[in-house]
Design a protein around this ligand. Structure first.
Ligand code: C2E
Ligand code: MG
Ligand code: MG
Length: 681
C-alpha cells in the first residue's frame, strides 16, 4: 500500500513538474482499475451463480482478469511516461536558441520549434506544410538527403553543414545534428534534428582565411597565396610538358620617394591605384590572348596578381606560348604605368623594373621561379632596362654575390680591413696638403682587394655603415697623430668618403660629431666626400645635413664631379668647399681637346662658386702642367702616389716636412711611393 502511494505521488509530482494536468494520467489509471475491478466482480458473480463452473475455471478466469488489469496498468503507465517525454521535448525545444525539428520517416516535418521563426523567418505552421529539404540550397540538397537516409538506416546521424533559404530569400548556413527515435520494434520512426545558425561564424572564418592570404591594403593575393598558386602551376607543368607559365616580378620605381615626401597615407593610395591598373592590364591581356589565339572563349587563363611587399608585385602568367608572351605583358605593364597617377592633386610618374622567369628554365622548386624572377628584376634595375628575362648566368652571379656578402660579414668580424692613404698634393707648391682615406680588404687568401670589388655589395647590404664608421674613426685618429708629429699650416687634411647609406642615416651628423670629439681632430682638417648623385637624390635633405656638418666645422667636397647630374643652382645653394673633378676627364686630357675644355670650364665654374678644385687621376706631368695652367689648386693621382699603407704615407709626410724646412721650397711635382717606402719612420 505504501509502495503504491509513493508510486502515485511520483506520478503526480512528475506531472506537476512538466506543468501538465496530473489528473489526466490519474483518471486514465483509475478508469482502467475500475473497469478491471468491475469485470472481475461480474465474473465472480457469474461464476458463483453457475454451479457447473469448477474452481479451476474460476481460478483461470480470475488470472485472466488480473492479466488484463496488469496490461491496462502497464499501458496507462507507458502512455504517461511517453506524454511526459513529449512534454519535456516541447519545453526544451521551445526554449532552446537552436532550431529543433521532428521529422517523420518520409521527411515531413511534425514539429518545428518557435526559434525557426526568429532565425529563418518561417512560422512552425509554414514549415509543417513543407518537406524538411525544400529550403535547403539546391547544391547542398543531395548530401543532406543522403545523410538523412543514412541516419534512418543506421540510427546515427552525423554533423552536417549546409545552406538554407531564409524567408527573405538570403542564404544562411546551418550546422545540424540528427538523432533518431525508434518505435517498440526498434525501427527508426522519427528524426530529431537540431539546427544551429552558424552564418556569422562562417563569415568570420572566411574573413580570417581571406586576410591570411590577401594583402590588407590592395586586397590582392599575398605572398603565401601566390606561392600556393605557383606551386599548382609548377606541379601542372611537371605533369604536362606542353603547359608553360611565367612569373613576372614587378618593382615599381618612384613609390619610395613619393612615400618619403608625401607620407604613408598618400603613398598607400598610389599603391592601390597601381594595383588597380595592373589588375586591368591582366584582364585586358586575358581578353587579347583568348580572342587572338583561339578566336573563341578558349582555355581559361588563371593569371594571378599578388602584392609581395611595399612596391613589389608579382604576376603568374598562366598558359603562355613562349617567353615572348611574358615580354609583351611586361611591355604592356610599362605602358600602363607610363601614364601619371593623380594622387592627392599631384601627378606621380612611375616606371617599373620587371624580371621574368619562365617555367621552361629547369628549377627544383616552385619558389625558385620567384627567386629567379626577383634576380632578373634586380638585373633590370641595375641596367636601367624595362625588363629582363632570367638566365642561368644571372644565377651564377647571384651565388657569387651571396658568397661575397658572407665573406664581407666575416671580414668585418675578423677585422681584415685596412685604411690606405693617397696624397692630395698642392699644385702651387708641390707639398702634400692631405690624404684621401681609401679602404682595402686584406683578404687572407687573395691579398689586397680593391673597394671596386666589394663596395657595391657593402652598400647594398648596409655593411658599409659599420665599415664606413670604422674608416672614419681610423682615418681621423691617424690624421690627428700626423698633425701632432708634423705640425704645419694649414694642418694635414684627411678626406673620407661617405656612402649614400651612411649619408641617409638619421644620426649621421651626430656620428661625425662624436668621432671628431673623440679623436680630437680639428674639424676644419676633416673633409667629407659625397657624390653628386647622393647630394641630388633628395636635395632638400642633403642641404640640411650638409649645413649641419658645416656647422660642426667639417669641410665638404663633391666627389667624381661631372659624372652625375647636378643642378648648378642647387650646387650653389649647398654649403660645399671643394669640387673633385672625376678622373675620366683628366685621363687623356693632354690629347683630347674636349676633355681639356671641360676641365678648364669646371675649374672656372668652381672658382666662380668660390670652391677649391682637386683633379683626380692626375697621372702625367702634362696633366699637372695643364691643371696648373687652369688654376686648379690640387692634384691626386698616380703621378704623385697611389694609395699607400699608413707606414708609407708617414714616410711621404716626412719627406714633405723636410721639403718645407728648405729655405726656398720649389714645387715638387712627383712624390713616388717607392721612394718613400724605404724612408718610413
Ligand atoms: P674615389 O673616392 O673616387 O677614389 C679615387 C679612386 O681612384 C681610388 O680607387 C684611387 O685609388 C683611384 N685613383 C687615384 N689616383 C688614380 C690615378 O691616377 N689613376 C687611376 N686610374 N686611379 C686612381 P679605390 O681606392 O679603388 O676606390 C674606389 C672607390 O671606392 C672610391 O672612389 C670610393 O668611391 C670608394 N671607396 C674607397 N674607400 C672608401 C671608403 O672608405 N668609404 C666609402 N664610402 N667609399 C670608399
Ligand atoms: Mg673619393
Ligand atoms: Mg672620385
Amino acid at each position: 500500500m505504501t509502495r503504491l502511494s509513493s508510486w502515485w505521488a511520483k506520478i503526480i509530482a512528475a506531472d506537476r513538474q512538466i506543468g501538465s494536468r496530473w489528473w489526466g494520467s490519474a483518471a486514465a489509471i483509475v478508469l482502467s482499475l475500475f473497469l478491471t475491478v468491475g469485470m472481475l466482480s461480474v465474473f465472480a458473480l457469474l461464476a458463483a451463480q453457475t454451479p457447473s463452473v469448477t474452481d479451476d475455471v474460476r481460478l483461470a478466469m480470475v488470472g485472466l482478469v488480473v492479466l488484463v488489469l496488469v496490461r491496462d496498468l502497464y499501458m496507462a503507465y507507458h502512455q504517461f511516461w511517453r506524454r511526459r517525454q513529449e512534454e519535456i521535448f516541447r519545453l526544451v525545444s521551445e526554449n532552446a536558441a537552436d532550431m529543433i525539428a521532428l521529422v517523420d520517416a518520409d521527411g515531413h516535418r511534425i514539429y518545428n520549434s518557435p526559434s525557426y521563426k526568429r532565425i529563418l523567418g518561417y512560422s512552425p505552421e509554414e514549415l509543417e506544410r513543407t518537406s524538411a529539404f525544400e529550403q535547403v540550397h539546391p547544391d547542398d540538397r543531395q548530401f543532406v538527403l543522403l545523410a538523412a537516409q543514412e541516419a534512418r538506416k543506421t540510427g546515427t546521424g552525423r554533423r552536417l553543414e549546409y545552406r538554407i533559404r531564409h524567408k527573405d530569400g538570403t542564404w544562411r548556413v546551418l550546422e545540424s545534428t540528427a538523432s533518431t527515435i525508434r518505435d517498440l520494434r526498434g525501427k527508426v520512426e522519427k528524426l530529431v534534428i537540431v539546427n544551429r545558425d552558424i552564418t556569422e561564424r562562417k563569415r568570420m572564418e572566411e574573413q580570417l582565411e581571406h586576410s591570411a592570404f590577401h594583402d590588407a591594403l590592395t586586397d590582392l593575393p599575398n605572398r603565401s597565396l601566390f606561392l600556393d598558386r605557383l606551386q599548382h602551376a609548377f606541379d601542372h607543368a611537371k605533369r604536362n610538358p606542353s603547359y608553360k607559365f611565367a612569373v613576372l616580378f614587378v618593382a615599381v620605381d618612384g613609390v619610395t620617394i613619393f612615400n618619403n615626401t608625401m607620407g604613408h597615407t598618400v603613398s598607400d593610395q598610389l599603391i592601390v591605384d597601381i594595383s588597380e591598373r595592373l589588375t586591368q592590364c591582366l584582364r585586358h591581356d586575358d581578353t587579347i590572348t583568348r580572342s587572338a589565339k583561339t578566336g573563341s572563349d578558349g582555355p581559361s587563363k588563371n593569371d594571378v596578381l599578388a602584392r609581395l611587399d611595399g612596391d613589389e608585385f608579382t604576376i603568374l602568367l598562366d598558359c603562355i606560348k613562349d617567353p615572348s608572351d611574358a615580354m609583351r605583358a611586361a611591355m604592356r605593364i610599362q605602358d600602363i604605368l607610363a601614364t601619371p597617377f593623380r594622387v592627392n592633386g599631384v601627378d606621380v610618374y612611375t616606371s617599373a623594373s620587371i624580371g621574368i622567369a619562365v617555367s621552361t628554365v629547369p628549377c627544383e622548386k616552385a619558389d625558385d621561379l620567384l627567386r629567379d624572377a626577383d634576380i632578373a628584376m634586380l638585373r633590370a634595375k641595375s641596367l636601367g632596362s624595362p625588363c629582363e628575362v632570367f638566365d642561368r648566368n644571372m644565377h651564377v652571379q647571384v651565388v657569387k654575390r651571396l658568397q661575397l656578402e658572407t665573406a664581407l660579414r666575416k671580414a668585418i668580424e675578423r677585422q681584415e680591413f685596412r685604411v690606405f692613404y693617397q696624397p692630395i698634393v698642392s699644385l702651387t707648391n708641390g707639398r702634400i696638403a692631405g690624404f684621401e682615406a681609401l679602404v682595402r680588404w686584406q683578404h687572407p687568401d687573395t691579398g689586397l682587394v680593391s673597394p671596386a670589388e666589394f663596395m657595391t655589395v657593402a652598400e647594398e647590404t648596409g655593411l658599409i655603415i659599420p665599415l664606413g664608421k670604422w674608416v672614419l674613426e681610423g682615418a681621423c685618429q691617424q690624421a690627428r697623430l700626423w698633425q701632432l708629429k708634423y705640425p704645419g699650416t694649414p694642418a694635414i687634411g684627411i678626406t673620407v668618403n661617405v656612402s649614400a647609406k651612411q649619408f641617409m642615416q638619421t644620426d649621421f651628423v651626430a656620428e661625425v660629431k662624436s668621432v671628431v670629439e673623440q679623436t680630437g681632430i680639428a674639424p676644419q682638417s676633416l673633409q667629407l666626400e659625397i657624390t653628386e648623385t647622393m647630394a641630388m637624390s633628395d636635395p632638400e635633405r642633403s642641404g640640411r645635413v650638409l649645413a649641419q656638418l658645416r656647422k660642426l666645422g667639417v669641410r665638404i667636397s663633391i666627389d667624381d664631379f661631372g659624372t652625375g647630374y647636378s643642378s648648378l643652382s642647387r650646387l650653389r645653394s649647398f654649403p660645399v668647399d671643394v669640387l673633385k673633378i672625376d678622373r675620366c676627364f683628366i685621363t687623356g686630357m693632354e690629347k683630347d681637346g674636349e676633355n681639356r675644355e671641360i676641365v678648364r670650364l669646371i675649374v672656372r665654374l668652381a672658382h666662380h662658386l668660390h670652391l677649391k678644385v682637386i683633379a683626380e687621376g692626375t697621372e702625367l706631368d702634362e696633366h699637372v702642367q695643364l691643371l696648373r695652367q687652369f688654376g686648379c689648386e690640387f692634384g691626386q693621382g698616380y703621378f704623385f702616389s697611389p694609395a699607400v699603407d699608413q707606414v708609407t704615407a708617414q714616410a711621404l709626410l716626412r719627406m714633405n716636412a723636410d721639403l718645407e724646412r728648405k729655405p726656398d721650397p720649389r714645387p715638387v711635382p712627383g712624390v713616388a711611393a717607392g721612394q718613400a717606402a724605404g724612408a718610413a719612420d
